[in-house]
Write a protein that binds this ligand. Structure first.
Ligand code: 1HE
Length: 259
C-alpha cells in the first residue's frame, strides 16, 4: 500500500482493498491532504487489487469539505481548487477498479460528491444526504453538479441545494442515491460481498463497464451503439471470455439466480 495521510487508512484483503476515511473526530471532513491522499491511493493501487470498498470511521461517512480550510482564494485559485477535487474524483469514477462505498450517518456536501464518484453505494439506515452548500454560501466543487443530477435529476438536486432538504436513507434508496439499503452495522459486510463478486468478473469486462457505460450513456445517438459494438467485440475476443462462455455451456458456471 502507498503511504497515505493519517486521515486515510487502507489494507488489502485478498483481491479487494479496504479504504477508510479515518478522521472521525472531524466527521471525516475532507481537507486537501485527504483528497490528495485519495489520488495517491487510487493511482498506486497494488496490481492484484480488483475492487475497493470505501467507508468512513466513526458516526458519519463524511461531513464534506473541511470548512476550516476555506480561506481567501482569488478566482483562479478557487477554480483550480475545484478542478483538483474533480480530477481526483474522476480518477475514482474512471479508475482501474470498481469502488463500492458504505454510507452511514451524514453523507453531505463533498461527502455526497465523493460517494457519487464510486460505482456502487451501500447505505445503512442511519445514512442521510444533504447539500448544504447553499446555506454555507458556497457551491459544489467535486463534480457534484455533474454526477448528482444523473442519479436523482437536476430538479431534486436544486431542491436539496436551495432549500437544504435532507433525504433519509429510505428516501435516498427510492430516488436512486443508493443501490442497496441495509441495517446499521451491516454495510461493510455487504460491500465486501459485492466487491468480491465484482472482483471475480473478467477484469476487461469490469474495465469496459467502468469506462464505456457512462460514456455511452452520454453519447449522442448512433455514437453510443457504435462504441458499444466496439466494446462488445473487444471483450468477446479475450481468451478469458471464451473460457467463461465454454464453462457455462459445459455446465461448470453458475446460473443467474435471485437471492
Ligand atoms: C467539521 C466539518 C466540516 C464537522 N468541516 N469541520 N459541510 C457541512 O456544511 C456539514 C457541516 N457539519 C455538520 O453539519 C455536522 O458536523 C455533522 C452533521 C456532519 C455532524 O454533526 P455532529 O454533531 O456529529 O458533529 P459536530 O459536533 O458538528 O462536529 C464534530 C467536529 O467536527 C467539530 O469540531 P470540534 O473541533 O468542535 O470538535 C466540527 O467543527 C467538525 N466538523 N463537519 C470542518 N465540514 C468541493 S466543494 C464541497 C462543498 C461542501 O462540502 S459544503 C458542505 C460542508
Amino acid at each position: 500500500m502507498p503511504d497515505l495521510p493519517g486521515s486515510l487508512a487502507a489494507e488489502v484483503d485478498g483481491d479487494i482493498a479496504l479504504l477508510r476515511l479515518a478522521r472521525p473526530n472531524k466527521r471525516n471532513a475532507l481537507d486537501d491532504p485527504t483528497v490528495l491522499g485519495l489520488e495517491i491511493f487510487f493511482t498506486r493501487l497494488p496490481e492484484g487489487v480488483k475492487a475497493v470498498v470505501l467507508s468512513g470511521e466513526g458516526t458519519h461517512f463524511s461531513a464534506g469539505l473541511d470548512l476550516s480550510e476555506l480561506r481567501e482564494r482569488d478566482l483562479a485559485e478557487g477554480i483550480e481548487h475545484s478542478r483538483m477535487w474533480q480530477s481526483v474524483f474522476d480518477k475514482i469514477a474512471f479508475g482501474r477498479v470498481p469502488v463500492v462505498s458504505v454510507l452511514h450517518g451524514a453523507v453531505v456536501g463533498g461527502g455526497l460528491e465523493l460517494a457519487c464518484a464510486t460505482h456502487i453505494r451501500v447505505a445503512e439506515r442511519s445514512a442521510y444526504y444533504g447539500l448544504p452548500e447553499g446555506q454555507r454560501g458556497i457551491f459544489v466543487g467535486g463534480g457534484g453538479s455533474v454526477r448528482v443530477p444523473k442519479l436523482i435529476g437536476a430538479a431534486r438536486m436544486m431542491d436539496m441545494m436551495l432549500t437544504g432538504r435532507v433525504y433519509d436513507a429510505a428516501e435516498g434508496q427510492t430516488i436512486g442515491l443508493s443501490h442497496y439499503l441495509v441495517d446499521d452495522g451491516a454495510g461493510l459486510d455487504k460491500a465486501k460481498t459485492l466487491a468480491r463478486a465484482i472482483a471475480s468478473n473478467a477484469p476487461l469486462s469490469n474495465y469496459a463497464i467502468l469506462q464505456a457505460v457512462p460514456r455511452i450513456a452520454e453519447a449522442a445517438g448512433g455514437n453510443g451503439y457504435f462504441t458499444e459494438a466496439l466494446m462488445a467485440a473487444v471483450a468477446q475476443s479475450q481468451d478469458e471470455a471464451k473460457q467463461r462462455l465454454r464453462d457455462f455451456l459445459e455446465k461448470r458456471a453458475p446460473k443467474v439466480e435471485k437471492e
